[in-house]
Design a protein around this ligand. Structure first.
Ligand code: 5GP
Length: 175
């Protein structure tokens, strides 16, 4: 039988400090303008929750869901919108909130799609980035941590829905 074990990569304290740092940077860049924080479901929900509370006075939230890996550990390369946003983003400052940028496929498609809806600005904040795994060049304005090309879980990231609510981020090993 396959056994899984977790190796801590980023602790709860490290994540908390980084989210605070990102919020400070975002606040400095946007000033008093209202930001539409667009969470990419489901992986970003812990990150969005923490970030949005630090930006409570200048942000609103909405969600989008795109096709995910399911229980697979690699991307199929096909991106589909499963749940569109509720907001008309024309003329708005939109900040896409992503858990992790891996191959860059999801973000490339999402940026392209949202760009056609004429937001005033469109930027991305990703808690994690795996630069070694990138297949599509995509712009990410704010990156929390650059991590090695390993499969990680926790703080919103799952493996077939498991480990999503782990309060820290760990590398998932299969023995
Ligand atoms: P990309 O399109 O950049 O290859 O992948 C983006 C999506 O793949 C992320 O939003 C996330 O849902 C999933 N993903 C990529 N790398 C990992 C990982 O290491 N762990 C988990 N749980 N999901 C990942």
């Amino acid at each position: 039988m396959q056994s899984l074990h977790l190796e801590t990569l980023l602790s709860t304290d490290q994540i908390r400090a980084k989210v605070q740092e990102l919020a400070t940077q975002i606040r400095a860049d946007y000033g008093d303008s209202e930001i539409l924080l667009l969470g990419v479901l489901k992986g970003s929900f812990h990150f969005l929750s923490d970030l949005s509370r630090l930006l409570y006075d200048i942000s609103v939230v909405d969600f989008v869901q795109v096709s995910s890996y399911g229980a697979e550990k690699s991307s199929s390369g096909v991106v589909q919108i499963r749940k569109d946003l509720d907001t008309n983003i024309e003329g708005k400052d939109v900040l896409i909130v992503e858990d992790i940028v891996d191959t860059g496929t999801t973000l490339t498609h999402l940026r392209e799609l949202l760009g056609t809806r004429k937001p005033r600005s469109l930027k991305v904040v990703a808690l994690l980035s795996k630069p070694e795994a990138r297949k599509h060049k995509t712009q990410v304005e704010y990156v929390g941590f650059e991590i090695p090309n390993e499969f990680v879980v926790g703080y919103g990231l799952d493996y077939g829905e498991r480990f999503r609510n782990l309060p820290y981020i760990a590398i998932l090993h299969e023995d």
